[in-house]
Write a protein that binds this ligand. Structure first.
Ligand SMILES: Cc1cc2nc3c(=O)[nH]c(=O)nc-3n(C[C@H](O)[C@H](O)[C@H](O)COP(=O)(O)O)c2cc1C
Length: 197
């Protein structure tokens, strides 16, 4: 069913320590550019009713607040994901570490902010970096390009498309692949418990 991870690491025994280690790894991922969890896959629901489908994309983990169980990433407020989140804020973030043999499914409630101190303070830092260009395009993400378009089209010097997305983590579904046997646990509002992998 699963490929076995040739992990030589000592296994963490207790659920409490596993939970803590998950959050410590996420904290490191927000600081270290090359961490395996620096990028996460964000799945949301696009469309309604019979047309509803899962949509998934990569996002960069920017901040982690372990005590509040919150993660932060940035996006373009015009992107389709923002409209999806507004309709259905319940989403899932996916992380896989081949080094640890750990998969996290982070079930979360998302909130998008496009104004206020949370946005302006982060933009003040971001605008000094090349990443600011990601939010200054005159075109919305996914907008068709016409023949007039050039990658050198001047960027607008505003932050009006910059949005901060906060993910309130409601449950962690942790899976460890290991040659001595896989393990899986849930950490949520009801506590922490082992489940069958
Ligand atoms: C490595 C990588 C990192 C990315 N980071 C972000 C990010 O932090 N925020 C974001 O909105 N899009 C990011 N993207 C682009 C998204 O994956 C996606 O293509 C884009 O946001 C449009 O998604 P949507 O159409 O679902 O809104 C990243 C893509 C890659 C490949």
């Amino acid at each position: 069913m699963f490929a076995l991870a040739p992990s030589m690491n000592a296994r963490i025994e207790t659920l409490a320590l596993i939970r803590l280690t998950c959050w410590r790894m996420l904290e490191r991922a927000a600081r270290e550019l090359d961490h395996e969890w620096r990028t996460l896959a964000l799945a949301s629901v696009a469309g309604n009713g019979a047309e509803a489908r899962a949509e998934v994309r990569t996002v960069v983990l920017r901040e982690v607040d372990t005590v509040a169980r919150r993660l932060v990433f940035y996006t373009d407020s015009r992107s389709p994901k923002v409209r999806q989140i507004e309709r259905q804020p319940l989403a899932t973030l996916l992380a896989w570490s081949a080094t640890a043999g750990w998969q996290l499914r982070l079930r979360c409630r998302l909130e998008v902010e496009t104004s206020g101190l949370a946005v302006s303070s982060r933009w003040a830092r971001l605008k000094m970096t090349p990443a600011a260009q990601d939010y200054l395009s005159p075109l919305a993400p996914g907008e068709p390009l016409d023949s007039q378009w050039s990658p050198l089209t001047p960027a607008r010097a505003t932050r009006e498309s910059f949005a901060v997305v906060t993910a309130q983590i409601e449950a962690i579904d942790w899976l460890e692949l290991h040659a001595d046997g896989h393990r899986r646990a849930i950490f949520d509002a009801h506590g922490e418990r082992w489940i069958s992998p």
